[in-house]
Design a protein around this ligand. Structure first.
Ligand code: SF4
Length: 579
């Protein structure tokens, strides 16, 4: 049977401490395609050891020390000198990382050539990772032109044919890629003895035209075509992801418990581009997947759905308890409309979830201003709904005696439509946070992403977007080590303020939340889950570790992050094998 080699494209530096989780998308492809008899090899470099190998430790440590010193030095001249040294060292580090990564990519290309790999699938991501994917393709096209190159992943599903206009992929598979890949590999079976890429691609094109391959992007006569989307449904995903266990990956399984969103109407959200409908997976099937993961030593989970409504979550929790499975998990949970009226029900649902292992929740609140949430975000919930949902979550913690962390997300600044002032929005946000007291606030600036209402009606919402923005957005890399004013321009403005100004306003609001309310910012539910599993549960310790892991990301000296990963992996294994 045909073989496919899947490569997870990668940036030269880590972007988050959670980017070394097992990749459930690649795991699902492996599980599904191997169940169908094909051979799948996954090459996943998003590992702690790999990222560290790209950065000379001495240089990274030097950067870390200088950055730390910059925070405390008062003397202006010394500060200026250190800032200069810091930026130069960062540039040197970036150049080394780029060189090392490109060398490894080149080596990979030669290995693929040596193996005579006929089909290579590349999971693409935004920014630097996308550029690196393009580099691998460029080398392969040169040294192994007979290799068929297939793009996949979230980034492709979002940008579709635009990716093809900016790269040399032969084929692309969007959304749930396993079905299209299965058909492509079935066609490849016909060429097992004598591989002929052109004939193979021609056969794929004929099948696509005949409507036999959904979710496909292909080229023909210098044009790019898309086949219709297959209706995504959790009911059809029968294969359990297959992972190759590696101590340098983080033992967290991101598990599909639902697809889509039960609301699906927020004006800033791209979710409906991926999943136009909402479908729930049977809790029995979910717990079966949990049992399989426990067998391989994974006991920490993140539900993949953007929103797991507490009532549905409680059904999963109930089944976990009935089967006596010991796990911990995190999930997304939208505030509940009319939460006050269904308070008891909510408390009971969250109680069941916490009893079954829920330890971290991500909640999109977006704004404390009801006009903004209604007219600008179309969030479908009010200030009161957010507060009462969080109250219910906290009461459930009191009932169970277990701490579960809440990360509340806000978008700030927001489009104002000339109806409200930014000061008023900020004031309402502060009021919301004072009442709700989440464990962390994730504050992000607004972005009119492709396929969102904000993008489609950008003039109405006050956005100006340059023509080149789509291409720029695909490759835009947030340069976390630089202050925002040194970031490359992104051709977006909101109500006359350029993107960098929006970033400044966002940062200023973050500082205000931290200083006036003593609520930490930018600790996601994934961070809380990792910290919890690593035994870091008290606020002071969390704050310290958050600061240090942020320093890890900035300096590329990932020592503490890797220590946390190690502790998490031990915990994950321990609870997985506890019975
Ligand atoms: S932002 Fe969240 S709640 Fe709103 S549509 Fe997207 S996934 Fe659903």
């Amino acid at each position: 049977m045909a073989e496919i080699i899947l490569w997870n494209s990668i940036a030269k530096r880590r972007r988050s401490i959670s980017d070394t989780f097992y990749d459930n998308g690649l795991g699902t492809l492996k599980g599904y395609l191997e169940d169908k008899g094909h051979n799948v090899e996954v090459i996943d470099w998003a590992r702690g050891d790999f990222f560290q190998s790209l950065s000379p430790l001495g240089l990274a440590r030097g950067i870390r020390n200088i950055y730390t010193a910059l925070g405390s030095i008062k003397n202006k001249a010394i500060k200026k000198f250190l800032a200069f040294a810091y930026l130069n060292m960062q540039e040197t580090l970036s150049a080394i990382q780029r060189k090392r990564l490109r060398r490894k990519i080149k080596k990979l290309a030669y290995e693929l050539k040596k193996k005579k790999a006929h089909i290579v699938g590349i999971k693409i991501w935004y920014g630097d990772a996308f550029k690196n994917a393009k580099y691998l393709i460029k080398v392969l096209k040169k040294i192994a032109p007979e290799t068929c190159l297939i793009a996949g992943g979230y980034h492709l599903t979002l940008y579709e044919e635009r990716i093809f206009e900016n790269s040399e992929f032969d084929l692309g598979v969007v959304c749930e890629a396993e079905y299209a890949l299965e058909k492509i590999l079935n066609i490849a079976d016909n060429y097992a003895g004598a591989w002929d890429k052109n004939k193979f691609l021609n056969d794929v094109t004929i099948s696509a035209k005949e409507g036999k391959i959904e979710n496909l992007i292909y080229r023909k006569d210098n044009r790019v075509y898309k086949t219709p989307r297959r209706q995504p449904s959790v009911h059809s995903s029968k294969s359990i992801p297959k992972y190759v266990i590696n101590d340098n990956k983080v033992s967290v399984h991101v598990m599909v418990e639902s697809l889509g969103c039960d609301w699906g109407k927020c004006h800033f959200c791209v979710h409906s581009q991926f999943y136009p409908h909402y479908s729930l997976r049977d809790p029995e099937e979910i717990t079966r997947e949990i049992e399989e993961m426990l067998k391989i030593g994974i006991g920490v989970f993140r539900f993949a759905g953007s929103d797991t409504p507490p009532s549905f979550g409680a059904r999963i929790g109930q089944r976990i308890k009935e089967k006596n499975l010991r796990i911990i998990f995190g999930m997304g949970s939208r505030p509940i409309r009319n939460a006050r009226q269904q308070y008891e029900h909510l408390v009971n649902a969250y109680t069941c979830l916490i009893e079954s292992g829920l330890r971290a929740v991500f909640m999109g609140g977006e704004s404390g201003n009801d006009f903004i949430n209604q007219e600008v975000m179309n969030k479908g919930v009010t200030f009161e709904d957010i507060v009462w949902t969080i109250k219910a979550f906290k009461e459930a913690q009191n009932k169970t005696g277990e701490k579960a962390f809440l990360s509340l997300a806000l978008i700030y600044p927001a489009p104002l439509l000339g109806k409200v002032t930014l000061e008023k929005v900020k004031e309402d946000n502060m009021r919301l946070l004072k009442e709700a007291l989440p464990d962390s606030v994730m504050i992000t600036p607004p972005g009119p992403f492709l396929h969102t209402r904000w993008y489609e009606q950008r003039e109405k919402f006050g956005f100006k977007v340059e023509d080149e923005i789509i291409r720029l957005a695909m490759e835009y890399e947030y340069v976390l080590y630089k202050p925002p004013k040194l970031w490359p321009e992104l051709g977006i403005s909101l109500e006359g303020r350029p993107f960098k100004k929006l970033l400044e306003e966002c940062n200023e609001f973050r500082r205000q939340v931290e200083n006036e309310l003593d609520i930490p910012t930018d600790i996601s539910d994934e961070h809380f889950l990792m910290f919890y599993a690593a035994g870091i549960k008290e606020k002071e310790e969390i704050l310290k570790v958050k600061k240090e892991t942020m320093l890890d990301i900035i300096s590329c000296d990932y020592t503490l992050t890797r220590e946390i990963e190690k502790r998490l992996n031990l915990f994950s294994k321990k609870i997985a094998y506890s019975d």
